[in-house]
Unconditional design. Structure first.
Lengths: 162, 419
């Protein structure tokens, strides 16, 4: 490894005395403290549970599966998303559908949210546009099992996500 | 005033106990507030709100922290020297609290023909007592480092030993300069020597001694920028790495008590103690020529301002509005104004006026003390930590010669009669 020499400008006596520069630094920190105290609304922060940072339009949060008008999942259990999923987070079991026009439907559709890397490839791969990613990112849970989302957890909700 | 009440009020024991209570108020009762203040001050400097959820301004957070600390498991590491491990935090805490014994909280007050003072022990070697006792804190820190059977603790203890001994010399020599200026070792006489104009204050009598004293104080209390003893980015937590529960709490409280004692001592040595420049805290010709009503009015104004601040709606949930807290503050403000009015009415009752002037002096001392406590926090979030060699270089090559020079200069000035 070559040594890179950085030439710093030599300190003058004022800077070398250190005390004056400390006083200057302290005036800066005090300015910030007073600003925060008197105008707290200008702090660059979000008071999390009450205030939330707006997420981007294309933010990739938890998955959702669209419903048909009759309420059944749009998914046809084609395994495209399962095949394309880089971390193998999706696990589908297919079964025959009563509707002859549809052929297959998922018996179970499980996404392991701990494995998922939120890449959005499943959304890209879906031929029926059944799976999409919502803007919800708050699904912390107590156990790993609770983070294995089943079809019921993934189906579109009435009001939609936040 | 009945006879027994007079004898109680003129007894030196009463005032010693009250001074002890005063010391405990500022330390043990104050510690939750100080920790809250430290966190809140840090947050404000870093443009964030800090603990603001529980209670008014987040004040109850400190109590929650204390409870959490108290109910934690007390772990003694395997291979530790159990006795030393147990004794070390006690030494730190005891030593820090003992130094409060000689702090004068007020000047001499005439009560029923007797002179009393709010001070536990009026030792005639007061300042030396403080230096002697507080330098024993290094035993606690090094013992904790050695007895923990942990390399990081050991390093912290070693650093503590070297650092505290090095800076104690500069600290002591700076104090020698002040002893030369005041010509006494008694703390109350030192304060008495600073009455009058602003330029009677030790700060203006010996500015160089003040600078050395402040820097050495920060090193003695192991505060940033001299917190190499517990440098968390290098040696985990230094000497108290292996401490948990209330033993860690004792170290933590010991640090704050040490800070408190240093702040009070700074006020006493350099900032006129309980004196206000150009103002007489004791007796004036009219009630409002003394400070008491004005101190009370200032307290009332502060309380009302805080009450208004807590009760007004905030656009963002940065502090919880709390009507009970606001009501308490308004009550305190009312009480202060009532006292001021009483003072105006019963100004000629000698003992009442004397007690009021004592309250004034304590209030002035506490206000100055709070400023120096804030200075500790303020410096902590401004100045980065020194490197170890820089610390030693500063201590031995800069502070020590400067302190010696200061002693020579002060002696010449005192002999020439200019101080």
């Amino acid at each position: 490894m070559a040594v890179k020499k950085i030439n710093r400008p030599p300190q003058n006596w004022w800077e070398r005395a250190y005390v004056f520069e400390i006083v200057r630094g302290m005036s800066i920190t005090m300015k910030h403290a007073l600003k925060s105290w008197f105008t707290p609304e200008h702090m660059p922060i979000y008071q999390y549970p009450e205030e939330r940072r707006p997420v981007a339009e294309r933010f990739r949060g938890r998955h959702r599966i669209r419903r048909r008008p009759d309420g059944s999942p749009t998914c046809v259990a084609c395994y495209c998303c399962q095949t394309v999923c880089p971390p193998n987070a999706i696990d589908i079991v297919a079964e025959e559908c009563d509707d002859p026009a549809i052929e297959k439907r998922p018996q179970s559709f499980r996404i392991n949210m701990i494995r998922c890397i939120y890449c959005g490839m499943c959304v890209e791969a879906c031929p029926k546009d059944a799976i999409y990613m919502s803007q919800d990112y708050e699904f912390a849970n107590q156990t790993r099992e609770q983070l294995h989302f089943e079809l019921e957890d993934l189906l579109d909700v009435e009001k939609g996500d936040r | 005033m009945p006879e027994w009440a007079q004898s109680i009020m003129t007894s030196s024991i009463t005032w010693a106990v009250l001074a002890g209570v005063m010391a405990y108020m500022l330390t043990l009762v104050g510690i939750p507030v100080y920790t809250w203040w430290e966190r809140r001050g840090a947050a404000l400097i870093q443009r964030r709100p800090g603990p603001n959820r529980r209670g008014p301004y987040g004040l109850v957070q400190a109590i929650a922290d204390a409870v959490k600390l108290a109910v934690k498991e007390d772990v003694v590491p395997a291979g530790a020297n159990k006795w030393m491990h147990a004794i070390a935090p006690m030494i730190v805490m005891t030593v820090a609290l003992t130094t409060f014994a000689v702090i004068p909280w007020s000047g001499d007050i005439e009560l029923f023909g007797k002179t009393v003072r709010l001070q536990v022990a009026d030792l005639n070697f007061g300042i030396i007592f403080i230096l002697a006792i507080s330098s024993m804190a290094v035993y606690g820190v090094t013992l904790a480092g050695w007895s923990s059977n942990n390399k990081y603790s050991m390093l912290g203890g070693l650093r503590a030993g070297a650092q505290m001994v090095s800076y104690e010399i500069a600290l002591g020599l700076a104090v020698v300069g002040m002893v030369l200026v005041y010509g006494t070792l008694k703390l109350n006489l030192m304060v008495a020597g600073q009455e009058g104009s602003l330029f009677q204050w030790g700060l203006f009598q010996a500015p160089l001694a003040f600078l050395i004293y402040m820097v050495a104080t920060y090193a003695e209390t192991n505060r940033v920028p001299f917190d190499l003893v517990e440098a968390d980015s290098e040696i985990v937590a230094g000497f108290h790495t292996e401490y948990s529960s209330l033993r860690f709490g004792l170290f933590y409280m010991g640090e704050y008590v040490h800070m408190a004692v240093s702040a009070v001592l700074t006020v006493i040595l350099f900032f006129g103690g309980y004196h206000v420049p150009w103002a007489h805290t004791l007796f004036g010709t009219t009630p409002y020529a003394t400070l008491f009503p004005w101190v009370m009015a200032a307290l009332a104004a502060l309380c009302l301002a805080l009450a208004w601040d807590t009760s007004r709606p905030k656009r963002r949930a940065l502090t919880q509005g709390n009507m009970i807290f606001a009501a308490i503050l308004v009550a305190v403000a009312g009480g202060a104004l009532l006292l001021a009015t009483l003072y105006g009415l019963f100004y000629d009752v000698a003992w009442f006026a004397a007690l009021c002037s004592m309250v004034t002096q304590v209030a002035v001392l506490v206000v100055k003390f709070l400023f120096f406590f804030w200075l500790f926090i303020w410096v902590r979030w401004t100045v980065p930590r020194f490197r170890y060699d820089q610390l030693m270089k500063l201590g031995w090559k800069v502070m020590l010669p400067l302190a010696l020079f200061n002693i020579g200069l002060t002696s010449v000035l005192v002999l020439a009669g200019w101080l």
